[in-house]
Write a protein that binds this ligand. Sequence first.
Ligand code: CP
Length: 304
Amino acid sequence: VDHLLGIKYLTKGDIELIFKTADHFKEVINRPIKKVPSLRDITIANLFFENSTRTRLSFELAEKRLSADIINFSAASSSVNKGETLIDTVNNILSMKVDMVVMRHPNPGAGIFLSKHVKASIINAGDGAHEHPTQALLDSYSIREKLGEVKGKKVVIVGDILHSRVALSNIFALKLQGATVKVCGPKTLLPKHIESLGVTIEPNLIKALEWCDVANMLRVQNERMEINYFPSTREYVKQYGLTRKILDNLNKEIVIMHPGPINRGVEITSDVADSEHAIILDQVQNGVAVRMAVIYLLASKIKQ
Ligand code: CP
């Protein structure tokens, strides 16, 4: 069975194929009739053990546009609260003849674990602080759309790298496509051996922005912080918050990205998030076509 568990397991060729397929689906979903019958014989379960707005709705819409049958599961209203295990939960759902599972889970490696124990194609929709492969794919797809290609571009990922599955998947995806990547953030929010992934550290936000073509402003993940984590929100905003004034003082135009949800006024001010420099809603829009591509390509292997 084939899966999408992380960008770590993809090749450059895999990403190119996903983007080419997404180009086709982007054209499809801009037609008056946005649906194709490709996945009429496929059933997909969306299992969300952790909160989500964009990823959950984007997967659901992508599946509907492909004419798949879908069932949605949210842990908060399920028998997980009566003590049912992950494997029992998933095997019960699969016994209803489900072909593919999209799963978000708070534990790093949950998708990998599941893929070893159940007979279905698994798509990782975010596993703790580990990977969020479809987010990284839609991020790179959006850079490619805005700047022509990812190869040769300078991308800085700013903020809470330590708790970020978006950062890790983006680093893998960007490096694979030939971008140069810097990370910028307080030392306490950078993983210890981050440079071993082929990125460099720039602690100064202004220098990082002066250097880059694209700045991906990560959300400060307060829910994953231990108490009294340095810096405080006030210190963070002072050193790493992106404001309109900072952007206006740069000697160049840069593209601003954010995976959402935004802490407005923390990692980015509203006048930057809503500005012409930001492609935040383009990222969300591209998420549907990219997820259609991922689901379509995995489903074609199930059908073989
Ligand atoms: N970007 C992202 O994963 O957002 P959600 O948590 O709302 O799905």
